[in-house]
Design a protein around this ligand. Structure first.
Ligand code: PGA
Length: 247
């Protein structure tokens, strides 16, 4: 049995007070069969960590630098992520790749540094619309996977998220068949890279997941959960997505 994970990527939303208010309305975590993971903005980690302790979910940060320490103004290290009690870190999100210049090489260093610090990296991969239209989606995603895992330890925890860039924040979700085709492809790549055990790495789908499309996506064989942006900002819609998860 593979692990199922439903994750909330809050991006640059929610102050500490707003994060705390979210959990006043949040009841799902303890009753869900999935692992729930929240990715708050770094300054709002404390109310999330407090609720995580009470309700039994996991949390992580949205970015970290691979160096142990040093002159990197504005950055935090993976040792620091570990020190505040987080279990996960997002790596290679398309917004970081597109807006902040994160390359596959840099992504690979972050994956390795996270694993070394006992933090599970959630490595995000996904093609743009032109890449899909040119028939290059699998080539692009396969390359991001291989290069992103170039320094990884296949015996340490890892999770993946397939997030087609054209579906992020656009309301344009991949069809269940499109998503399943890519997840199945990623599963085969994982088997080739690290064998059967490594192929059980959870692969989440992300990109405009909403309460009304989550149920059908959840039925796909190789979809092990969701990485949810916009619809994770309200406790009611994120709860509805968690409830829609049935395998
Ligand atoms: P979205 O974002 O659900 O708002 O499309 C998903 C993500 O970027 O992780």
């Amino acid at each position: 049995m593979r692990k199922s994970i439903i994750a909330a990527n809050w991006k640059m939303n929610k102050t500490p007070a707003e994060a705390q208010a979210f959990f006043a309305d949040w009841r799902e975590a303890s009753s869900s069969p999935c692992e729930i993971v929240f990715f708050p903005p770094t300054v709002s980690w404390q109310p999330v960590a407090q609720s995580a302790q009470k309700t039994g979910f996991h949390w992580g940060l949205q970015n970290a630098h691979p160096a142990e320490s040093g002159a990197y103004t504005g950055e935090i290290s993976l040792g620091m992520v570990k020190a505040v009690g987080a279990n996960y870190v997002l790596v290679g999100h398309s917004e970081r790749r597109q807006m902040f210049g994160d390359t596959d090489e840099f992504v690979a260093k972050k994956v390795a540094a996270a694993q070394k610090n006992g933090i599970t990296p959630m490595l995000c991969v996904g093609e743009t619309l032109p890449e899909r239209e040119q028939g290059r989606a699998k080539a692009v995603v396969g390359q991001q996977l291989k290069q992103g895992l170039a320094l990884a330890d296949f015996n340490r925890p890892l999770s993946l998220a397939y997030e087609p860039v054209w579906a992020i924040g656009t309301g344009k979700v991949a069809s269940p068949a499109q998503a399943e085709e890519m997840h199945e492809f990623l599963r085969r790549q994982l088997t080739e890279l690290g064998g059967e055990k490594f192929a059980a790495t959870p692969i989440l789908y992300g990109g405009s997941v909403k309460p009304d499309n989550a149920g059908e996506l959840a039925q796909q064989k190789n979809i092990d959960g969701f990485l949810v942006g916009g619809a994770s900002l309200e406790a009611s819609s994120f709860s509805a997505i968690v409830k829609a998860w049935k395998k």
